[in-house]
Design a protein. Structure first.
Length: 104
């Protein structure tokens, strides 16, 4: 049972396999921050530009993060960020869209 007591030297925040995943962790953090910003600003009508753009960027980063994710913890956090980004994006689109009347 010596292998069960093996010490892991560098563990990433979201890695459950004992290997560091810096790109995936960065995408998780960016998606969660963008999702939180999009979700909160989506409830304010005058902030539709911020909520729609941060939501769209959060959706893109979250989808790419899902594509390259390695662990279940990363995928779980990405889904939470993706959901918040999508809600903020849709609310921002309902309140005025990505350009807010600038294009016609």
């Amino acid at each position: 049972m010596a292998q069960a007591m093996r010490r892991q030297s560098s563990i990433s925040l979201f890695a459950t396999d004992g290997k560091p995943h810096p790109l995936q962790d960065t995408l998780v953090a960016v998606t969660l921050v963008l999702g939180a910003v999009a979700f909160v600003t989506g409830f304010f009508h005058h902030l539709h530009l911020l909520s729609s753009w941060t939501g769209l960027i959060g959706i893109v980063t979250g989808l790419y993060g899902q594509f390259i994710s390695a662990t279940t913890r990363e995928r779980t956090a990405l889904i939470i960020g993706l959901g918040a980004s999508a809600i903020g994006f849709f609310l921002g689109m309902a309140h005025g869209g990505l350009f807010g009347g600038w294009l016609g």
